[in-house]
Design a protein around this ligand. Structure first.
Ligand code: FES
Length: 163
Protein backbone atom coordinates (compact mmCIF):
# COMPACT_ATOMS: atom_id res chain seq x y z
CA UNK A 1 0.00 0.00 0.00
CA UNK A 2 2.93 2.32 0.66
CA UNK A 3 3.23 3.23 -3.03
CA UNK A 4 -0.28 4.72 -2.83
CA UNK A 5 0.64 7.18 -0.07
CA UNK A 6 1.33 10.07 -2.50
CA UNK A 7 -2.18 9.58 -3.94
CA UNK A 8 -3.66 9.40 -0.46
CA UNK A 9 -1.83 12.61 0.46
CA UNK A 10 -3.48 14.33 -2.50
CA UNK A 11 -6.91 13.02 -1.45
CA UNK A 12 -6.26 14.13 2.11
CA UNK A 13 -5.86 17.72 0.98
CA UNK A 14 -9.55 17.73 -0.03
CA UNK A 15 -10.72 16.93 3.51
CA UNK A 16 -10.70 19.21 6.54
CA UNK A 17 -8.16 18.36 9.26
CA UNK A 18 -9.32 15.74 11.78
CA UNK A 19 -11.59 14.05 9.22
CA UNK A 20 -9.29 11.06 8.70
CA UNK A 21 -12.15 8.62 9.24
CA UNK A 22 -13.80 10.01 6.08
CA UNK A 23 -10.77 8.81 4.14
CA UNK A 24 -11.22 5.17 5.10
CA UNK A 25 -13.61 4.29 2.25
CA UNK A 26 -11.73 6.09 -0.55
CA UNK A 27 -8.45 4.59 0.65
CA UNK A 28 -9.71 0.99 0.86
CA UNK A 29 -11.42 1.37 -2.53
CA UNK A 30 -8.13 2.49 -4.05
CA UNK A 31 -6.21 -0.32 -2.36
CA UNK A 32 -8.67 -2.87 -3.74
CA UNK A 33 -8.45 -1.32 -7.19
CA UNK A 34 -4.68 -1.68 -6.97
CA UNK A 35 -4.31 -5.14 -5.41
CA UNK A 36 -7.69 -6.74 -6.08
CA UNK A 37 -8.46 -7.04 -2.36
CA UNK A 38 -7.54 -5.48 0.98
CA UNK A 39 -4.92 -7.51 2.85
CA UNK A 40 -4.28 -7.50 6.60
CA UNK A 41 -1.02 -5.67 5.96
CA UNK A 42 -2.95 -2.94 4.10
CA UNK A 43 -5.15 -2.45 7.15
CA UNK A 44 -2.09 -2.22 9.41
CA UNK A 45 -0.54 0.42 7.17
CA UNK A 46 -3.79 2.35 6.85
CA UNK A 47 -4.21 2.41 10.63
CA UNK A 48 -0.75 3.90 10.86
CA UNK A 49 -1.30 6.35 8.00
CA UNK A 50 -4.73 7.64 9.01
CA UNK A 51 -4.36 7.26 12.74
CA UNK A 52 -7.84 5.73 13.04
CA UNK A 53 -8.72 2.70 15.17
CA UNK A 54 -8.34 -0.62 13.32
CA UNK A 55 -11.98 -1.48 14.08
CA UNK A 56 -13.09 1.49 12.00
CA UNK A 57 -11.47 0.01 8.90
CA UNK A 58 -12.61 -3.52 9.74
CA UNK A 59 -16.20 -2.27 10.08
CA UNK A 60 -16.15 -0.69 6.64
CA UNK A 61 -14.70 -3.86 5.10
CA UNK A 62 -17.29 -6.03 6.83
CA UNK A 63 -20.25 -3.81 5.90
CA UNK A 64 -19.70 -3.21 2.19
CA UNK A 65 -20.00 -6.44 0.25
CA UNK A 66 -18.10 -5.00 -2.71
CA UNK A 67 -14.97 -4.75 -0.57
CA UNK A 68 -12.91 -7.93 -0.35
CA UNK A 69 -10.47 -9.32 2.20
CA UNK A 70 -9.19 -12.11 -0.04
CA UNK A 71 -8.26 -12.50 -3.70
CA UNK A 72 -10.95 -13.48 -6.19
CA UNK A 73 -10.94 -14.57 -9.81
CA UNK A 74 -10.02 -12.28 -12.67
CA UNK A 75 -13.69 -12.20 -13.68
CA UNK A 76 -16.18 -11.72 -10.88
CA UNK A 77 -19.65 -12.87 -11.89
CA UNK A 78 -22.27 -11.49 -9.54
CA UNK A 79 -25.75 -12.80 -10.26
CA UNK A 80 -28.60 -10.93 -8.61
CA UNK A 81 -31.01 -13.35 -6.95
CA UNK A 82 -33.35 -10.87 -5.37
CA UNK A 83 -37.12 -10.87 -6.02
CA UNK A 84 -37.38 -9.48 -9.56
CA UNK A 85 -34.41 -11.44 -10.86
CA UNK A 86 -35.56 -14.61 -9.10
CA UNK A 87 -39.02 -14.31 -10.59
CA UNK A 88 -37.44 -14.04 -14.03
CA UNK A 89 -35.09 -17.00 -13.75
CA UNK A 90 -31.99 -15.98 -11.78
CA UNK A 91 -31.72 -19.42 -10.18
CA UNK A 92 -31.63 -21.06 -13.60
CA UNK A 93 -28.81 -18.71 -14.59
CA UNK A 94 -26.86 -19.59 -11.44
CA UNK A 95 -27.38 -23.30 -12.11
CA UNK A 96 -26.21 -22.84 -15.68
CA UNK A 97 -23.09 -20.95 -14.59
CA UNK A 98 -22.39 -23.57 -11.93
CA UNK A 99 -22.57 -26.30 -14.58
CA UNK A 100 -20.50 -24.37 -17.12
CA UNK A 101 -17.77 -23.16 -14.76
CA UNK A 102 -17.78 -26.09 -12.35
CA UNK A 103 -18.05 -23.86 -9.29
CA UNK A 104 -20.81 -23.03 -6.84
CA UNK A 105 -21.60 -19.47 -5.70
CA UNK A 106 -18.81 -18.28 -3.43
CA UNK A 107 -16.17 -20.32 -5.25
CA UNK A 108 -13.36 -19.52 -7.66
CA UNK A 109 -12.23 -21.72 -10.53
CA UNK A 110 -8.89 -23.48 -9.86
CA UNK A 111 -7.24 -21.42 -12.61
CA UNK A 112 -8.25 -18.21 -10.81
CA UNK A 113 -10.20 -17.00 -13.82
CA UNK A 114 -13.78 -16.85 -12.48
CA UNK A 115 -15.46 -16.22 -9.15
CA UNK A 116 -19.21 -16.77 -8.98
CA UNK A 117 -21.33 -14.92 -6.43
CA UNK A 118 -25.00 -14.40 -5.82
CA UNK A 119 -25.87 -10.91 -4.65
CA UNK A 120 -28.84 -8.88 -3.56
CA UNK A 121 -30.62 -6.32 -5.74
CA UNK A 122 -28.26 -4.36 -8.00
CA UNK A 123 -30.98 -1.83 -8.86
CA UNK A 124 -31.65 -3.14 -12.33
CA UNK A 125 -34.96 -4.83 -11.53
CA UNK A 126 -36.69 -3.52 -14.68
CA UNK A 127 -34.22 -5.47 -16.82
CA UNK A 128 -34.14 -8.63 -14.70
CA UNK A 129 -32.57 -11.07 -14.61
CA UNK A 130 -29.16 -9.51 -14.57
CA UNK A 131 -25.59 -10.00 -13.44
CA UNK A 132 -22.41 -8.03 -13.24
CA UNK A 133 -19.13 -9.19 -14.68
CA UNK A 134 -16.58 -7.08 -12.86
CA UNK A 135 -17.97 -3.52 -13.18
CA UNK A 136 -20.24 -4.09 -16.17
CA UNK A 137 -23.98 -4.81 -16.02
CA UNK A 138 -25.52 -7.46 -18.28
CA UNK A 139 -29.31 -7.38 -18.32
CA UNK A 140 -32.36 -9.23 -19.67
CA UNK A 141 -30.33 -12.41 -19.49
CA UNK A 142 -31.39 -15.89 -20.44
CA UNK A 143 -29.51 -19.17 -20.64
CA UNK A 144 -28.32 -18.45 -24.18
CA UNK A 145 -27.02 -14.95 -23.49
CA UNK A 146 -25.23 -16.19 -20.35
CA UNK A 147 -23.53 -18.92 -22.40
CA UNK A 148 -22.58 -16.33 -25.01
CA UNK A 149 -21.13 -14.03 -22.36
CA UNK A 150 -18.98 -16.77 -20.87
CA UNK A 151 -17.77 -17.74 -24.32
CA UNK A 152 -16.93 -14.09 -24.99
CA UNK A 153 -15.02 -13.70 -21.73
CA UNK A 154 -13.24 -17.00 -22.27
CA UNK A 155 -12.13 -16.16 -25.79
CA UNK A 156 -11.19 -12.51 -25.31
CA UNK A 157 -10.45 -10.10 -22.50
CA UNK A 158 -13.50 -7.93 -23.11
CA UNK A 159 -13.99 -7.11 -19.45
CA UNK A 160 -11.61 -5.25 -17.18
CA UNK A 161 -10.10 -7.08 -14.24
CA UNK A 162 -12.26 -7.24 -11.08
CA UNK A 163 -11.71 -4.13 -8.99
S1 FES B 1 -33.93 -7.77 -8.12
FE1 FES B 1 -32.25 -8.07 -9.43
S2 FES B 1 -31.63 -6.07 -9.93
FE2 FES B 1 -33.24 -5.77 -8.52
Amino acid sequence: MKHLIPEFNEMRKRYPPDFESSLVIPCVRRIQEDRGYVADSDIDELVEYLGVPRIQIEEVLAFYTMLRRAPIGRYHLQVCHNVSCSMRGAERLVAQLTRTLGIAPGETTPDGRYTLSTVECLASCGTAPMMMINDTYYENLDLTTVDDLIAQVTSASTVERAT
